[in-house]
Design a protein around this ligand. Sequence first.
Ligand code: NAD
Length: 503
Amino acid sequence: MTTQPVRQQSCAGGRAGKYLQTLHRRDFLAGAAFINGQWVSGDKGDVVVDPATQEEIAKVTRCTAADANLAIEAAEQSFSEWRDLLPEERGAILRSWASLLLEHLEELAILVTSEQGKPLAEARYEITYAAGFLEWFAAEGQRAYGETIPSHKAGSLVQVRMQPIGVVAVITPWNFPVAMIARKAGAALAAGCPVIVKPAPETPLSALALARLAEEAGVLPGVIQVLTGNPVELSTPLLRDTRIRALSFTGSTAVGRLLLEGAADTVKKVSLELGGHAPFVIFDDVDLAKAVKGAMAAKFATSGQDCLAANRIYVQRGIYDPFVDAFAKAIAQLKVGHGLEPATDIGPMTKLSVANKCREHVEDALKKGARASSANQGAGLGPNFVSPTLLSDVTEEMLIAREETFGPVAAVLPFDTEEEVVARANANEMGLAGYVYTDSLRRALRLSEQIECGMLGINTASFTGPPIPFGGWKQSGLGREGSRHGLAEYMELKYVCFGDLAG
Ligand code: NAD
């Protein structure tokens, strides 16, 4: 099988436009940026399209570097008032924000699917997932405990406090356009820090809708702001300004490196959630059906555009052939189409470059001897659609075994021994997530120590959520999001020594 040529005109034309017409919240489509509590229409130079059809769905303000400077000034001005609220007061506002997300779940989900492409059911899930972070940090902000340390100095008392770091710049990707903002802003706001959000140009409407609901929830002017426009023009002032104390980014490792370099001059605290290349290791002692179910979930969620996606599926030789057969059958059942079609499992890739990378990985693997199977479900739908494809007999020489694919192409590699598969799983610079399927407790314990990644699922493909520390090892990132560790990313420690207590 090879990928089929595509027709330029999608059969799904106009669908997002029709759904968006039904939104009661017309303001979700206004495309105005949000600076210092004002909706700024300015130059509507940027166009947002439905990735399934390339149909224009909105125009968005192209903010300038001068707008970024205004936002920095407003954020700095708002800092003390926000910081000085009691944690439960900030928590109450975050809870209202979460409730508003849930009240507008359907309209937000339509917005996400229209500009991002994911199936509507996944978009709905994303809204509840995002609201969960706001709820969770609303409470966790009240638990930013310091420490009292038994003193090492005579007649003194030693304390460590946690204090908000200051204004935070947040740069987010297009694959989870609501949840990535909620996970970062929820933590920063709970910690007492204002945030300036620069969303991905592909998905600004979700970010702007989120900001409208934050405003309605009572977030003070300047405490949350959204700058839409050119990434480099907007990130340059954010990186250079000393008033921005922290930067939180999710996206590619290449851009993460640039931002880390850019933040060095002003020594900002940087947290980075970057690319993944997750190994998914299946031993031959497992229930085949459970392993197939897990691999389907870990590979095809968000149409494969997920940093947790299983990119290298290692299967032990004893069950290799039956696994490949069963996996191919399951993949052939996936329905590809517009995300707003109720039966769709796999939507378009949000960006053409991502779809092209999938095709490149398939072609490269076929040239180097892999076998492919696909029911060609995406054929003819449009350039951003990729047919779900299984590549078996993949070897480490193939691009797909070395680079993140970020689409619905599954690579399966045979292995023989535990020692061998651990070495192969770890022989990569990425270390975000990993998965192990085995019925042996001893083996599960051994691999839980040995696999080099920030997050590991043993016999499960589902493990994210607000209470867990989300983040990667090696070049998959720095710092953590979610959990108490995520709150700490937006706080500074202050050690205070009270001396001369005897007087
Ligand atoms: P990207 O890194 O280019 O974009 C992510 C964010 O960074 C967007 O807001 C974008 O506008 C901004 N950005 C891009 N270039 C910038 C620059 N020079 N300065 C400042 N900001 C900049 O991601 P992409 O190219 O759209 O996606 C490609 C790859 O990134 C994917 O294949 C995947 O590997 C990775 N990715 C990972 C995640 C994740 O969840 N970790 C999310 C999206 C993409």
